[in-house]
Design a protein around this ligand. Structure first.
Ligand code: HMG
Ligand code: MG
Length: 297
């Protein structure tokens, strides 16, 4: 068994995290992202340009992205569901954008108010416009294991939609276990179906930790050669359209796992943990990370 020598962390705390936490002010978000920028992280998802009626927590993403002190070695990305969102992301100076859809019809309807195929059609002009400005596009795929409304997702369906996202022009597909029900065997089956049609270097994993399986699932993904992992400082967040879903796997937990496996991340665990404690103070909650709690003692 060979594990990757290096893992890239895509930090979700400021987007997937804060989109499902209590509203906090712009300055606190800016401070949070600035603090994360100094940890060695190279990709921070800084916000999303979606309808403020749907996700009020992200309504100030433009101001946040404009105020953040940019580091040249860090990618600051944002979610854009349509052209309207993309134009705002461009104005805000997003380095990379992300489009998002689901493997299941019902989740697509609940999350972005259209069918899966409609969403892919909607993304074509978004990717064209982003590409014309040399802005790379990441693709997210939700419900790769189970959908809260439609049940289990067949691995072949994940492979099919992931291919369509690459066909549209995404540079990478992030496979989301949105409700965190996955376990290593199911993750293995899903990933091997996707790996049959997509190069491993274009696959990222995005595991929510609702059932406490995210680290086991990440270990499974690492064993299969995947080396891009989405995670959220202090395990912040959840998903507003997946009832009961908890946040992404905590960045602190992933960093500790990687360190102990001898995998390089380039990220300073102590600094990330500090950022987690500081944002949790603002949110008036405890970090949802075993490693963070153990470090605090
Ligand atoms: P819609 O209602 O179908 O869109 O929403 P519409 O085009 O008919 O527009 C309706 C209203 O929204 C209009 O305003 C538009 O201007 C406005 P009104 O005339 O009523 O005042 N609008 C916008 N405003 C700001 N920015 C925009 C925008 N677009 C339209 N970009 C839409 C469609 C996609 C906009 C809506 O469904 C939406 O915003 N959904 C939110 C989706 C979301 O943010 N979900 C959470 C993130 S995804 C996620 O967390 C999963 C992930 O982490 C992976 C995983 O874990 O699985 C990525
Ligand atoms: Mg998510």
């Amino acid at each position: 068994m060979t594990l990757p020598s290096h893992v890239k962390i895509v930090e979700m705390g400021a987007r997937d995290g804060l989109q499902n936490e209590a509203l906090i002010n712009t300055e606190n978000k800016v401070n949070f992202i600035n603090q994360l920028s100094a940890t060695g992280l190279t990709h921070i998802e800084a916000g999303s340009f979606v309808s403020p009626k749907w996700v009020p927590q992200m309504a100030d993403s433009k101001q946040v992205m404009e105020k953040v002190i940019r580091r040249p070695n860090v990618i600051y990305s944002a979610l854009t569901p349509n052209l309207q969102g993309l134009e705002q992301a461009i104005e805000a100076g997003a380095d990379q954008i992300a489009i998002f859809t689901s493997c299941s019809e019902s989740f697509s309807q609940k999350n972005i108010n259209c069918t899966l195929m409609e969403s892919l059609e909607r993304f074509i002009p978004v990717v064209e416009r982003a590409s014309s400005l040399d802005i790379p596009v990441r693709g997210y795929l939700s419900c790769v294991i189970d959908c809260p409304y439609d049940g289990a997702t067949p691995p072949e369906q994940v492979a099919e939609i992931a291919t369509l996202l690459l066909d549209v022009g995404c540079i990478e597909v992030s496979l989301g276990d949105t409700i965190g029900t996955g376990t290593p065997i199911r993750v293995q089956q899903m990933l091997s179906a996707v790996q049959q049609v997509i190069p491993t270097q274009q696959i990222a994993v995005h595991f929510h930790d609702t059932w406490g399986q995210a680290l086991a699932n990440i270990y499974q993904a690492l064993k299969m050669g995947i080396n891009v992992i989405d995670s959220s400082v202090a395990g912040l967040g959840g998903c507003p359209y997946a009832k009961g879903a908890s946040g992404n796997v905590a960045t602190e937990d992933v960093l500790y796992l990687c360190r102990e496996l001898g995998i390089e991340t380039g990220v300073d665990l102590d600094k990330v943990a500090q950022a987690g404690w500081d944002i949790c103070k603002v949110l008036n909650k405890e970090p949802n990370s075993k490693v963070s709690m153990a470090m605090r003692g």
